[in-house]
Design a protein. Sequence first.
Length: 370
Amino acid sequence: MRSIWNGSISFGLVTIPVKTYSATDRGSSVSFVRIHEKDGAPIQYRKVCELDGEEVPNEEVGKGYQPPGDDTVVPITDEDLSRLPMPTAKTLSILSFVDPAEIDPLQFDKAYYLGPNGAGAAKPYALLREALEHHEKVAIGKVAMRGRESLAMLRAHDGALVMHALLWPDQIRSAEGIAPEDVRIRANEMQLAETLMDSLGELDPAELHDDYREAVEELVATKLAGGTPAAADVSAAPGAQVIDLTTALEKSVRAARGGTLDEGAEGDASVTPLRGRGTARGKTAAKKSAGGGKTGGKGGAAETTAGGRSAGGKATAGKAGGTRSNARTGNGGSSAAGKTASGRGGTGGTGRTAARKQTGAKRTSKSTAS
């Protein structure tokens, strides 16, 4: 791995010479070249002077700075930049140590590995790495690389020091006006969302790969071989037409646990809220529940429906979901009703109905016979 920058880490009175290596490789991502569609030839980009229209060779290309809101361009030479006071030109100066949670991920820019530069740098390098790990902190400092100064964060990772270039705070835009306001989330919806999160399981990084890149490589190989690229099979894509958010969450939970979505439904999945639907079903479930009739009210009835249905007929998930819902909302009625509805499952009501029909049929038969 080739070093791209040599400098040092300033840690109090300790100086650690380091070499910098790029920690990421974006060369494997898909990239295209622009071509002339008429003959397939690549299109070249030339540097042309706007004043005389002549092409400018690389050795005559310099730097300039254009102040915001001004058309004037001020020429800047490398000599001008070398005279600027920049103590971080060859040194990453550590300013403080903070908890990792204090750094907003929006500030992360590019990542670099730092390695010790020389035998004398091995011990202070290892000391800083072990101190960061043991203290569970990250170091914040400033460094100048490639002609500009930026914030930097140091952390220990896989036995090495990693430096993350950070954006300055004024480079992060505000999210004001983007997020929706005054959205009410029901307890059963939160419960189902958490159940879905738990059902998806853990992520194995070894299984992650770029499907789009593989498809492009296969497409190119087919064209080079003179074949005709096959059309994408979109029939295998799960497309379930759902009618409200709760149903969408329930179907997602079943699919995450190994079930399938409705195979007969067509079209892309969408959410269409229906007013009163959850409350009506909640009342029915509350009547069937032993403790949920008048205790939970309308809100408790809606949560009861979610507690019973989110498990897909499994009492265990219903109990877990009911416990989380009770902890968040303080609604004891909804938790008890959720457990009761989930414990009975979806078949209990059907069994009782069938038994009543059978009993009624016997009574009718006896009456006819007499």
